[in-house]
Write a protein that binds this ligand. Structure first.
Ligand code: ZN
Ligand code: ZN
Length: 409
């Protein structure tokens, strides 16, 4: 057994989800990752889990369902599954998701079926996902290779070599080298991200202006009391967790109705099992008013149709072009990695923790504070080698935040 795999399971449970004694864990994993899932379950019990509940998924079966299930299925969501999420999230609960998918699992599936199904699911799980967005419980996403994904990234390698190459790449991003000190490295890393947040928070920014060589020219305001977050989150019980591993970003929320200009994506986006490439959004008063893409346009348009808030933004994240994941020069076709190699923006819901005084506020109150609400939260990559982001502070000073793709403070 590779020592690195045990170390990976350990940091996923103890740093990512940061499972505490007596917690119930919901572990979601693809069936192809069963071996890693078993290691996670063992580690969770070693850490004091009360119970681990499995949620298995499978790309091939999802595809078969989309192609062949009765049409009315796509407008409904099983009540028992909603009850499961709602009940679990009321108790001492952590969620750990093993994210591994064929980036093109649903290629060619009717985009309208995908839209209906995603909307039915998200609508049924809105209370639960509001709790997740507000860090009412700890949650984390990690990834391990599966063959379809590895072959998409390394099509010229044999099956075994592609899997090995993806494992090596992931271990590197996770700061796991077999020396057993990944936990310490992660503590240092999250502290460095927090330092960046402190610098940004001290500026008290009012507005950001993005410019890239791909044509992004976008101005956006930050809401009153905006907070930059990064590294570890804190759940409502005050326990640290890391929502995405790896993570290289610091992020905040935009003022919902404030963005203007053009945003050009810098990497392809894997959206609901379909590749969307060459995204260009035209934005007026915070709203996406024009959508262009070189491929996957229909899936993107359907996603934006889910609700009104899908056309507004919920996250502004800064990532150095010169960062460990970016320097691998790999396209992962997986947002967990690609968003951590590039400045990104999300359309859809904002994280309440990104603004002061959000705790305990209703969705309506959060919207009044300037935060967007939606069933969606979709990150897409905008950062490039030449990205320039300047900020305007509340007292009218201009500050260079990112220069030539990198953090400049
Ligand atoms: Zn982000
Ligand atoms: Zn995001």
């Amino acid at each position: 057994m590779d020592k690195r795999l045990e170390e990976y399971a350990r940091i996923a449970v103890r740093m990512g989800a940061n499972l505490q004694e007596g917690d119930t864990m919901l572990l979601r994993a693809p069936v192809d990752c069963a071996e890693f899932a078993r290691m996670i379950v063992k580690e969770a019990y070693d850490a004091g889990a009360k119970e681990v509940i499995m949620g298995w998924r499978d790309d091939t079966i999802s595809r078969l369902n989309y192609l062949h299930a009765a049409d009315e299925v796509f407008d409904s969501f099983h009540e028992w599954e909603k009850v499961q999420y709602d009940t679990l999230s009321k108790g001492k609960f952590v969620l750990l998701t093993i994210d591994a998918e064929d980036p093109e699992a649903l290629k060619g599936v009717d985009p309208e079926r995908i839209r209906r199904s995603v909307k039915a699911r998200m609508t049924a799980l809105k209370d639960y996902s509001d709790k997740l967005m507000a860090s009412e419980f700890s949650w984390s996403i990690v990834a391990v290779p599966i063959l379809s994904w590895a072959k998409k990234m390394f099509p010229d390698l044999s099956d075994d070599a592609a899997m090995d190459a993806l494992w090596e790449a992931i271990y590197e991003t996770m700061r796991i080298d077999g020396s057993g000190d990944a936990v310490e490295k992660w503590k240092l890393h999250t502290a460095r991200l927090q330092e960046k947040c402190d610098k940004l928070n001290a500026l008290d920014l009012k507005q950001l202006h993005y410019k890239t060589e791909l044509g992004t020219d976008f101005t956006v305001d930050l809401p009153e009391g905006a907070i930059w977050c990064g590294g570890a989150d804190k759940n409502k019980q005050g326990i640290d967790f890391i929502a995405n591993m790896p993570t290289e970003e610091v992020f905040t929320a935009p003022q919902r109705d404030s963005g203007n200009g053009v945003i050009a994506a810098s990497k392809p986006l894997c959206l609901n099992g379909t590749m969307v490439e060459g995204i260009r959004f035209t934005v007026e008063n915070g709203k996406i008013v024009k959508v262009e893409a070189d491929c996957g346009l229909e899936v993107l348009e359907k996603t934006l149709e889910v609700d009104e808030g899908s056309r507004y933004f919920g996250e502004l994240a800064l990532v150095d072009y010169d960062s460990p994941i970016s320097n691998q020069n790999l396209l992962y076709y997986n947002t967990l990695f690609d968003e951590n190699a590039s400045c990104h923006i999300a359309f859809g819901a904002a994280y309440p923790d990104c603004v002061k005084g959000a705790e305990g506020k209703s969705t309506e109150e959060l919207m009044e504070m300037g935060l967007n609400d939606s069933l969606n939260h979709v990150d897409f990559m905008v950062g490039t080698e030449k990205t320039e982001i300047t900020g305007i502070t509340k007292d009218g000073q201009t500050v260079v935040i990112m220069k030539d793709g990198n953090f400049a403070l």
